[in-house]
Design a protein around this ligand. Structure first.
Ligand code: KIV
Ligand code: NA
Length: 270
């Protein structure tokens, strides 16, 4: 029995060994990610990479809970953080607490993440004071894609860079145990990392962040097109396509099932 990483242990890694994070949405992937990562995020990216939605805006609390439960069953060491989806936390601190506590109680996860900024500082402190560790998410915030006009890197000009800095500082001061910094210039990622006293977890940010995260199916090479900031560490797309095509050929040729895959009458006992 190995105790899981805790939110304060992640915070204590500020300025220390890089914090290794990935997303997971299902049990078999979570089991592998758990071997190598400090933190597993059940990201609302699952709407796009698992369910084929055009953005994360259509993801529901029930979807997050279902996938969160699968990840919790198969992981034992990493801190598991579940994203609060669009519409589940923005309108009031009470709504945020009701939904975040439901996620924690029904999945057993140890923390939630919200796409936050100055506007959400009150929500972060409300949740943390009531027992829910919160990871914040600044920079490119996919749940705001309709306001932004798409998914584009942020903080490449000084005005937006200032806004990201203000948001990151507000998120940290409100009590976030870590802050995801997504899709920003390396310069602003470094400035944010230096400015706040909790770890920054970079994605499309900087190698100087206190940790890194990627969307696991993206880094496994499950998709042809991925954002510039993704490095493909595998070619899952090709592996899956060649396996499915070999299976289809075998079925058509009646070479599957073969003798190794078949059952026969038992020999009668003599
Ligand atoms: O939903 C997600 O996977 C995320 C990470 C990319 C940080 O929010
Ligand atoms: Na997310």
């Amino acid at each position: 029995h190995i105790r899981r990483m805790t939110a304060p242990q992640i915070t204590a890694r500020k300025g220390g060994d890089p914090i290794v994070c990935l997303t997971a949405y299902d049990a078999p992937t979570a089991a592998i990610v758990d071997e190598f990562c400090d933190l597993i995020l059940v990201g609302d990216s699952l709407g796009m990479v698992v369910h084929g939605l055009p953005s994360t805006v259509g993801v529901t609390l029930d979807m997050m809970i279902l996938h969160g439960r699968a990840v919790m069953r198969a992981s034992h060491k990493a801190l598991v953080v579940v994203d609060l989806p669009f519409g589940s936390y923005e309108d009031s601190v009470e709504t945020a607490f009701r939904n975040a506590s439901r996620v924690m109680m029904e999945t057993g996860c140890q923390a939630v993440k919200i796409e936050s900024g100055s506007y959400a500082a009150e929500t972060v402190s409300y949740l943390v004071e009531r027992g829910i560790p919160v990871m914040s998410h600044v920079g490119l915030r996919p749940q705001s894609m309709h306001v932004m006009g798409g998914f584009r890197a942020r903080g490449r000009d000084t005005k937006v860079a200032d806004e990201i800095m203000v948001n990151a500082i507000a998120a940290a001061q409100a009590g976030s145990f870590a802050v995801v910094v997504e899709g920003v210039s390396e310069e602003i990622a470094n400035q944010v990392t230096a400015a706040i006293d909790v770890p920054t977890i970079g994605i499309g940010a900087s190698a100087q962040c206190d940790g890194q995260i990627l969307v696991t199916p993206d880094m496994l090479g499950q998709f042809e097109r991925v954002p510039k900031f993704v490095k493909k560490y595998g070619n899952q797309l090709e592996a899956t396509r060649s396996a499915v095509s070999a299976y289809a050929n075998d079925v058509k040729a009646r070479s599957f099932p073969g003798s190794a895959n078949l059952y026969h009458f038992k020999k009668p006992a003599s």
